[in-house]
Design a protein around this ligand. Structure first.
Ligand SMILES: Cc1ncc(COP(=O)(O)O)c(C=O)c1O
Length: 374
């Protein structure tokens, strides 16, 4: 069945490949690269993105759920997969059976994985998750060595390394990040003194990959920069990146409103003068955030057209009074380039007081995706 949509969401896998290679060049050849493909590859599509990253040479992929991991295995990918959020005990059998590596921070999960690995006559790989200051998943540093001590009883578990996550590596002031790195390094040293090898320990996200070679350890875990956005909207990345996702639509209706006309729900915008208004078939059901009401802009004929009134479920209205000759059916760029003009995910995020990550997830998961550069 052909999928038709008034919103055209394009994923350029050649740009993904380009970004992968750019990031790879920032690391020494011994450092492994794990492509973060959780959340349906930040809305870009799990399987096509994973396939492209594998073809480009990614050593590992990081998924958000067992389900995502199993989908990748079913699509024929045999490389190491890391379940970044860990698993539940009831998922151990399936995770071990599909050769998933697991971020571990719970004893009941360790027990379940040990039992599953023993029953299946194989070893299961875990990465011990440490909370060095993110305040999210992971053992507190003081609990790591006792946990490792207990793991000695689990003969079917192989501890690959320690893993941690950075809370603010994207900002210029690296004081907090250096403290996280210091705590991580100290812990790693202490564990190694007790005989643990922990060959595959890792902490670097995109920001640390780009700016802090001392954070690379044995493996780096970029997400957002693979998809073509900087980790911080106002700090250009150290390498050129190409946006992977772009979104266009078309003018569904064009009309001229007289002065003093109200636009959209709540009448939050009223025209001061005659206004040429283009109505576009994209709204919050397509992942175009309602926070962009009266704030966002689109591109028509390479020029910016501002949103007037509230974003609706399926529609937005933009003013085109200053753009001559706009017609119904004309192409409209929501995200991406039109001639020399460009709207980035960070532009949309800025208007909506959010981050590029959320823009990608929202648009990417709400619309049919079309792939080029496969
Ligand atoms: C554990 C973990 N590692 C790495 C990443 C990748 O981060 P980024 O997209 O900022 O590169 C994420 C993303 O949130 C994550 O949760």
């Amino acid at each position: 069945m052909m999928v038709t949509s008034m919103v055209d969401l394009l994923i350029d896998l050649a740009a993904l490949d380009y970004n992968y290679r750019s990031l790879r060049r920032l690391c020494t050849p011994q450092v492994k690269l794990l492509g973060v493909v959780k959340a349906d590859a930040y809305g870009h599509g799990l399987v096509p993105v994973a396939r492209k990253l594998v073809a480009a040479g990614a050593d590992y992929l990081g998924v958000g759920s067992l389900d995502e991991g199993l989908t990748l295995r079913r699509s024929g990918l045999a490389l190491p997969l890391l379940l970044l959020l860990g698993i539940l005990p009831k998922e151990a059998e399936s995770a071990v059976g599909a050769y998933m590596e697991v971020a571990l921070f719970r004893k009941d999960v360790a027990q379940a994985m040990e039992a599953a690995a023993q029953a299946q006559g194989r070893k299961a790989r875990v990465h011990l998750k440490v909370d060095t200051g993110m305040g999210r998943l992971g053992l507190l540093p003081q609990d790591v060595l006792p946990f490792l001590e207990e793991l000695k009883n689990y003969r079917h578990l192989e501890v690959q390394g320690l893993i941690s996550h950075l809370a603010m590596a994207e900002i210029e002031d690296k004081t907090y990040t250096r403290r996280q790195l210091q705590d991580f390094t100290t812990l790693l040293g202490e564990a190694r003194q007790r005989g643990w090898k922990l060959p595959l320990s890792h902490i670097a996200n995109s920001a640390a990959l780009g700016e802090m070679p001392e954070a690379h350890f044995a493996l780096v875990r970029p997400g957002i920069m693979l998809y073509g956005s900087p980790a911080h909207p106002h700090r250009p990345p150290p390498v050129e990146l190409r946006p992977v996702m772009s979104v266009t639509t078309q003018v569904l209706q064009l009309k001229r409103l007289p002065p003093e006309s109200s636009i959209s729900y709540g009448c939050t915008y009223t025209t001061a003068d005659w206004c040429d208004l283009a109505i576009l078939p994209i709204g919050y059901c397509n992942g175009y955030l309602r926070q962009l009401s009266n704030k966002g802009e689109v591109l028509i004929q390479g020029r910016r057209a501002p949103i007037r009134g509230r974003v609706c479920m399926n529609l937005i209205m933009v003013e085109v009074t200053h753009i001559p000759g706009v017609k119904e059916g004309d192409r409209v760029t929501i995200l991406g380039a039109d001639g020399d003009a460009r709207l980035t995910a960070d532009d949309l995020a800025g208007w909506g007081q959010t981050i590029s990550y959320e823009i990608y997830c929202a648009l990417g998961t709400a619309n049919p995706r079309r792939y080029v550069g496969v």
